[in-house]
Design a protein around this ligand. Structure first.
Ligand code: GLA
Ligand code: ZN
Length: 679
């Protein structure tokens, strides 16, 4: 992570683009940013055109001035490499850097994140620029971290990528026969004879649009998704290696985007010194959903703190509806990030742009140009609070979760590429049902990958585990045998990592662990549902209904109607010393809550607090003790009864066990538990 030991506070600031403004305003910027209690600036995110006006000329004169200005004014820097958007001359002279879209159209110069990740020209110039920047500013001791490129993303389908895809496949499969087998190419007479027969799967080959990208050959599309993610990762690694070589003492990262489908962040995060991400919820995203994204980002480094690198202070420009964050919500969402593991609070951007598509994006300094604005005041107050109240108290703290939810990018790609059983199958949505129930019950949850160890968890939930990778069934089997509790759902265990069906009955290799055999799956249209009883309540069965037989498991619920009335829908199996639950359909929130509550009670997993829904609660621990975060996302005041003695570090108020603590709308309390610090 960033050397928070030296910095001793939650870094506060964000993207600053003074090169887009006349120099006359720079001094005023410095005054206002200091007034806002900002201490870190992300610089040089999109400056390639300025830094390299042609093939042979580099011009650092303006960036030198900016670096000096910022250092002289005492700011720390997240230094970016500017390779997220290439200059126009490069596209004009070297069209190989331009991406080709899924529809086969080669793009012209425009937008950003626009370079083909496999273009040798792009890689050469990106590396050269990175090296020059690193050499030039290596001695700036206010650089806290390198920020490589910006928000990698997108997919390229150019011929260059196609060539590289063949090489990537050769390395992975060695023989063309192995490729034919992995992709099941004797279907529709697709047998490939030669590596040259392989083309990028796109809208002019195997893929088609049907409310999202679908494909006739899941195997090839899946490998292309992996290859594209790897190609961009290669670009990142080229820059990272240069930076680490020149400044081994400065950590390197890039900004992630939460649940972002195109890049396998679990694979990427291994190459990052710490994880950082940009949090831009839609105005109507549920707090639980935002919390889940934070937990996913924290999970990428097995629970280590992450950096909140961007959020808007007030409003976005790129959502369909750019609703203002209500008073207090910027603070509330900033602390929500901290509550889930963030050790920085940062914004995009410091000064609102003059033109182009981000001119109406929120900023610390608005177009009016002075500090007398609601947004500025909120930012200033928050900055002061971080400086005077939070200090370094929570830095480096970890969470202690007994529950894990599995999230796997390959499974995301594969389950949604699948033709059938329903195009409404949505992996993140399924994961969210389980996450949200636990969130509402105030349980701490880790979002883990298939590589993470399970032994520390009492409950592991793997919703919609359509793809069960080689060996993962064994990992679950061992975990359950040794006393763990596992839960999975409909559409699980169907395929291996090539998207080839595991024959012998669904859910494939998970069958013995779950003690069931799923014979068929009935997809229901939106207007139809089945139902089942659980603890005296009726719950709907939507989307997909498994028709299953018990093979040792116990039936907990059965369908109420249709030709499979009476067949089990929710089951529980004793396996070794543990338990394996199966939920054979999508149902409603109240079921997930009641069901997970019952499981947690049975396993004696304690929530962070005992309180009704509406308040968010997390617990972070470090040598300074245990910090209970309470966040009120509702419009009403909320009362929580303290379970132990503690002190609210934001207000200084002390509480005894049993005392009520009242949080107003959008308010936050951070309670340091008395006696919890390490002696
Ligand atoms: C992203 C980018 C920024 C900016 C913001 C606007 O997160 O990284 O450069 O475009 O979005 O919300
Ligand atoms: Zn390409």
């Amino acid at each position: 992570m960033i050397e928070t030991d030296k910095i001793k506070k939650i870094l506060y600031g964000g993207d600053y683009n003074p090169e887009q403004w006349p120099e006359e305003v720079w001094e005023e910027d410095m005054r206002m940013l200091k007034l806002a209690n900002i201490d870190i600036l992300t610089l040089n995110v999109f400056n390639w055109a300025m830094l390299q006006p042609d093939e042979d000329t580099y011009d650092f004169s303006k960036l030198d001035k900016i670096m000096k200005l910022v250092r002289d004014n005492g700011f720390k820097v997240f230094m970016a490499t500017s390779t997220g958007a290439h200059p126009a001359w490069m596209a004009r002279k070297h069209p190989d850097i331009l991406r080709t879209q899924a529809n086969g159209v080669r793009r012209k110069y425009g937008r950003r994140h626009n370079a083909c990740p496999n273009s040798p020209t792009y890689r050469k110039y990106a590396a050269a620029l990175t090296e020059k920047i690193a050499m030039r500013y290596a001695d700036y001791d206010n650089i806290v971290a390198w920020h490589v490129s910006n928000e990698y993303g997108g997919i390229c389908y150019c011929e260059n990528c196609e060539k590289k895809f063949r090489e990537w496949l050769q390395k992975k499969y060695q023989t063309i026969d192995a490729v034919n087998h992995a992709w099941n190419m004797n279907f529709w007479s697709h047998t490939l004879y030669d590596w040259e027969d392989i083309v990028a799967p796109s809208l002019i080959t195997e893929e088609f649009e049907n409310d999202g990208l679908r494909t006739t050959f899941q195997g090839i599309s899946l490998d292309y998704a992996r290859f594209n993610s790897d190609s961009m990762l290669e670009c990142y690694k080229i820059e990272k290696e240069i930076l680490t070589k020149i400044t081994p003492h400065i950590p390197v990262t890039t900004n992630f985007m939460g649940m972002f489908k195109t890049l396998d962040y679990q694979k990427w995060s291994k190459e990052l010194d710490f994880v950082g991400w940009d949090n831009y919820p839609e105005y109507n995203d549920e707090p639980a959903e935002i919390a889940m994204r934070h937990d996913l980002m924290r999970g990428l480094k097995q629970g280590k703190p992450f950096a909140l690198l961007e959020q808007t202070p007030s409003v976005n420009n790129w959502h369909a509806i750019c609703k203002l964050k209500r008073p207090g919500v910027m603070r509330l969402w900033s602390y929500q990030a901290v509550a889930h593991g963030a050790d920085t609070v940062m914004f995009f951007q410091m000064r609102r742009s003059l033109g182009a598509c981000e001119k109406f994006h929120g900023a610390v300094i608005d177009h009016v140009g002075h500090e007398d604005t609601r947004v500025f005041r909120e930012i200033e107050d928050m900055g002061l609070e971080l400086q005077d109240k939070m200090k370094d108290l929570t830095l480096g703290s970890r969470m202690d979760s007994k529950i894990a939810i599995l999230f796997d990018w390959d499974n995301w790609w594969a389950s949604e590429f699948s033709a059938g059983p329903s195009k409404s199958i949505n992996y993140p949505k399924e994961v969210k049902q389980y996450y949200k129930a636990l969130y509402n019950l105030h349980h701490s949850v880790d979002m883990i990958s298939v590589e993470d160890d399970l032994s520390e968890y009492q409950l592991v939930i793997a919703p919609l585990l359509y793809m069960c990778k080689e060996g993962y069934d064994e990992k679950i089997r061992e975990y359950v045998k040794n006393g763990g509790t596992f839960l999975t759902t409909y559409f699980s265990g169907y395929v291996d990592e090539h998207d080839l069906v595991v024959t012998g009955g669904y859910p494939g290799k998970l069958r013995d662990i779950l003690g069931i055999w799923v014979e068929e799956i009935d997809a229901l249209p939106e207007e139809e549902s089945n139902s089942f009883y659980y603890k005296g309540k009726t719950h709907p069965a939507y989307l997909a209904c498994d028709l299953m037989h018990l093979e040792g498991a116990e039936e907990l619920c059965s369908y109420n109607s249709d030709f499979y009335m009476g067949m089990p829908v929710v089951t529980k199996n004793r396996y070794g010393n543990g338990l394996a639950y199966y939920v054979g359909t999508r149902t409603d929130e109240s079921f997930y809550r009641d069901f997970l509550q019952a499981i947690c009670e049975e396993l004696d997993i304690k929530p962070v607090i005992q309180a009704p829904e509406g308040i968010e609660a997390t617990l972070r621990k470090n040598k300074n003790g245990e910090f209970l975060f309470l966040l009120n996302h509702t419009k009403e005041p909320f009362l929580v009864k303290m379970e132990k003695d503690g002190k609210n570090i934001l207000t200084g108020c002390s509480y005894r066990a049993g005392d009520p603590i009242v949080l107003k709308e959008a308010d936050v309390a951070i309670i340091q538990m008395i006696g919890s610090e390490e002696s």
